[in-house]
Design a protein around this ligand. Structure first.
Ligand SMILES: Cc1cc2nc3c(=O)[nH]c(=O)nc-3n(C[C@H](O)[C@H](O)[C@H](O)COP(=O)(O)OP(=O)(O)OC[C@H]3O[C@@H](n4cnc5c(N)ncnc54)[C@H](O)[C@@H]3O)c2cc1C
Length: 371
């Protein structure tokens, strides 16, 4: 039911605007988020008392799969970051006061969230962040900067990672909920990107930003571990979105191959095209089985750290390969902005970088196997 209602909403209210929004390089986020909230699509896994639907994790996987129907990776990324990443952080780690403040308007689409971990000098190596929060009476004073923050320029708050103890290494990082408009917190730059063009990605600066102790999210010193724990689901969302995107590229390429005639016959009749399609379909199915099985392990609370990293690695790399082949099947038309495959490839390209690069996933898998 969720899949059907989401699909129908996306087909009617989001997909028809994709071209226009891509041209503009943004989408009417306030309007779209409020409409999603009205229809009950935000925070579906959250408890009903905070506006959620108490639906299980699998429902958010359905959500991530269906978002591909937006025809604009940026729209899916912006919505997904809020509902599948920011809201769960607050739901899992927040105090009652924080839940009341962020979850209820968050599920209505009235408050948009972002997650600020990456810094100009600290990407894969999260523990090396330099943003610092120093204790001053009952407050913390934050100084530093963040980069590549999805929704950073449009969000009402950022879940911010900062060092509260510079000497404590991994155990020296804490999370804070910092509201837009807090003096000293500025969006220094909106970033221009290869893909996800409708989604805001920003650089943020924090200059003596004073927040009360009650703005800390989760326990002091637990920030790094909480980020790593939430990475598990974030990686599954990226993997499942990659499979759904690759499936769509396969379908578009198959239809085109049956219609496009060269040398007097549809290009689908050339064995080389059939084999390309066969390889694409096989890779997609392999990734789908890996991802679905890992989701099952995750839901059953089995230890599946290696499998999650495998999903992220394989599904995200698979999607860029499949989309690359889809462009090849479309020939010159595949390279044209008016054909959607180029955008699918540009939008999918981030998936092997964001949420932990492919190289980091290989490190995780290798270390776990060799331990
Ligand atoms: C569009 C977009 C949206 C994003 N959204 C967010 C967001 O909302 N919030 C947020 O906090 N971050 C966000 N990010 C940041 C993203 O998570 C980082 O880009 C990513 O973690 C990689 O960090 P980096 O870019 O600094 O690359 P680096 O860590 O500098 O890596 C550069 C290269 O070195 C390799 N490398 C690094 N360390 C190792 C190692 N130990 N072994 C082998 N190879 C290694 C990497 O794999 C990569 O190929 C976003 C990024 C983009 C592009």
């Amino acid at each position: 039911m969720l899949r059907e209602s989401l699909r129908s909403f996306i087909e009617k209210e989001l997909a028809p605007h994709a071209e226009e929004w891509e041209q503009q390089g943004c989408f009417p986020h306030d309007e779209v988020f409020k409409r999603l909230g009205e229809l009950g699509f935000l925070g579906i896994t959250l408890p009903e008392k905070y506006g959620g639907a108490d639906a299980g994790f699998v429902s958010s996987i359905v959500f991530a799969e269906e978002m591909v129907g937006c025809n604009s990776g940026g729209v899916g990324a912006s919505i997904g970051l809020h509902t599948n990443i920011a809201l769960p952080y607050v739901a899992d780690l927040g105090t009652e006061e924080q839940k009341q403040k962020y979850l209820i308007p968050g599920t209505k689409g009235e408050l948009i969230g972002s997650l600020g971990v990456t810094e100009p000098g600290a990407g894969s190596d999260v523990a090396s962040i330099r943003t610092h929060a120093s204790r001053d009476g009952d407050d913390y004073v934050i100084n530093g900067s963040k980069i590549f923050i999805t929704n950073g320029g449009i969000a009402d708050y950022v879940i911010l990672a900062a060092k509260t103890d510079r000497e404590a290494g991994h155990a020296g990082i804490s999370l804070f909920l910092v509201d837009r408009g807090t003096p000293g917190f500025v969006v220094s730059r909106d970033l221009d990107k290869l893909g996800w063009r409708t989604c805001n990605t920003a650089e943020l600066a924090f200059d003596d930003v004073r927040v009360p102790r009650s703005a800390m999210l989760g326990e002091e010193g637990q920030g790094f571990y909480n980020i790593m724990a939430h990475f598990q689901e974030e990686r599954l969302f990226l993997a499942v979105g990659s499979v759904a995107g690759a499936q769509k590229a396969l379908e578009l390429a198959s239809e085109y191959a049956k219609e496009r005639v060269q040398f007097g016959r549809p290009i689908a009749n050339f064995q080389v095209t059939r084999h390309k399609i066969a390889d694409m379909a096989t890779e997609i199915e392999a990734a789908r089985q890996l991802v679905y099985n890992t989701i099952r392990l995750h839901v059953e609370q089995e230890d599946c750290q290696a499998e999650v990293a495998m999903c992220k690695l394989y599904a995200c790399e698979m999607a860029t390969r499949v989309m690359n082949e889809a462009i090849q099947i479309f020939g010159g038309y595949g390279y044209m902005m008016e054909y959607p495959v180029q955008r699918m490839w540009r939008d999918a390209r981030i998936n092997t970088i964001g949420g932990g690069t492919s190289e980091i996933q290989r490190e995780i898998i290798g270390r776990l196997i060799l331990r």
